[in-house]
Every structure is written in C-alpha cells, then in structure tokens.
Design a protein around this ligand. Structure first.
Ligand code: BEZ
Length: 211
C-alpha cells in the first residue's frame, strides 16, 4: 500500500518501533500526552550530540508541558546505547527518553530521507494528545535545532488550544503586542464592524488581547 508522507493536521501513522526502552507502538504509547518525535542523521556525530544534550537539558520542561520526547535514527540499538553511555560519561547528561533504532522503514514512512542523503534529516514532529500532527520542522544536517523554539511551539499550541487564539511572531515577546495573543478573525460582518475602533484592535481583522 502506498502512503504519502505525514502532514500537519493528519493523524500520526500507527508505527511499531524498536527503541532503547523496548518495543513501542506509536502514537498509542503516548496516548493523552503531547509527544515530539525527532530524527537525527546518525549517532556519534558532533551536531547530533549537542542536540541530544540540549534536548535532555530541557526534558523536565517538556514533561511539565505533558510532553514526551522520542528520538530516531537509522542506527542499531546497541549504537544508541553506546552513544548514550558516551554522552553520560563525557558530558554528564543521562538520556532519559527513548530512541528508535530504525532499519530505514520508519524513516521512509515518515519521509525523513530527503535529497541525495542516505541519512535522516533533522525532523521534528509535534503531536498532540489525540495523535494529530500539529507541527513539522525540517533542519539540514549542518544546523543544530533551536530547542527553545521547540519548547515555545509546544507552549504556543497548548495556549492556542486552551483559549482558541493564535500567537504572534516571537510570542511571548512580540515586538508589537508583547505577550498578548491574537483574537481569531471575525467570521461575519457584524462582528467585524464591532471590532472597528475597539480597544486592542488596530483594525477589524487585527485584534489582540491579554489572557
Ligand atoms: C553532525 O551531527 O555533526 C552531522 C551529522 C551528519 C552530517 C553532518 C553533521
């Protein structure tokens, strides 16, 4: 059966994976939680090592956001284990989240082998508690990810869900509106006209508010 690569708004595909913490079925294993599946090109590579250290440093922050992490590369589980040992012994960080040991099948299903490379790109899937893919990022091999942005994305998506609002650029430090959120566009003319000249509205289609 032919599948397209998973896209934002779609259900995360059901996948049986082998990880450093044993077999898991996704997204079932994280039911009721947000999770971030991130791929890296290969174990024992410099940028990936800094990323694992950085993800682990923020693991507590992710957990506070009811969010789990799971890594993935096309490497064998004993390679992941040896690399985790190296990170703990040399950098003092014990990797607490699972890493998928993929033969290439999962990477293929998720569309992680791109361009001429045989390695997985640096992808990030942010998946909500219903198993819906809410955001996807791709980074090239030569650029490590910004973990604070990934934390910001989870926070932003959770605020959006809770309050039914959108978030401006660089939220919560937007250059125009500070930590205010964006009110959804008016759905009818009456609401649009009510918003004209209202406090917090620069125009009927551009309103912000505090939460
Ligand atoms: C790195 O993690 O350093 C890396 C991995 C694959 C290609 C280039 C850099």
């Amino acid at each position: 059966m032919e599948y397209g690569i998973p896209l934002i708004g779609e259900s995360f595909p059901e996948l049986k994976v082998h990880t450093t913490k044993g077999p898991m079925t996704l997204p079932e294993a994280f039911k009721g939680k947000w999770f971030i599946l991130f791929s890296h090109p290969a174990d024992f590579t410099p940028v990936c090592t800094t990323e694992f250290y950085a993800f682990q440093k923020r693991y507590g922050q992710f957990k506070e956001l009811n969010t789990e992490l799971i890594g993935l590369s096309v490497d064998q589980v004993f390679s992941h284990i040896k690399w985790e040992e190296w990170i703990e012994e040399n950098l003092g960080a014990k990797i607490e989240f699972p890493i998928i040991a993929d033969t290439g099948e999962v990477a293929e299903r998720l569309g992680l082998i791109q361009g001429n490379s045989t390695n997985t790109v640096r992808a990030v899937f942010i998946v909500d508690p219903k198993g819906t893919i809410r955001a996807i990022l791709y980074y090239p091999a030569e650029l490590g990810r910004n973990m604070d942005e990934i934390v910001r994305m989870v926070k932003g998506l959770q605020v959006s869900d809770e309050y039914g609002v959108a978030l401006p650029a660089n939220w919560p430090e937007n250059e125009l509106f500070g930590s205010d959120v964006i009110v959804p566009p008016a759905a009818d003319i009456e609401t649009a006209m009510e918003r004209k000249g209202k406090e917090g509205c620069l125009d009927w289609w551009l309103c912000h508010k505090k939460i």
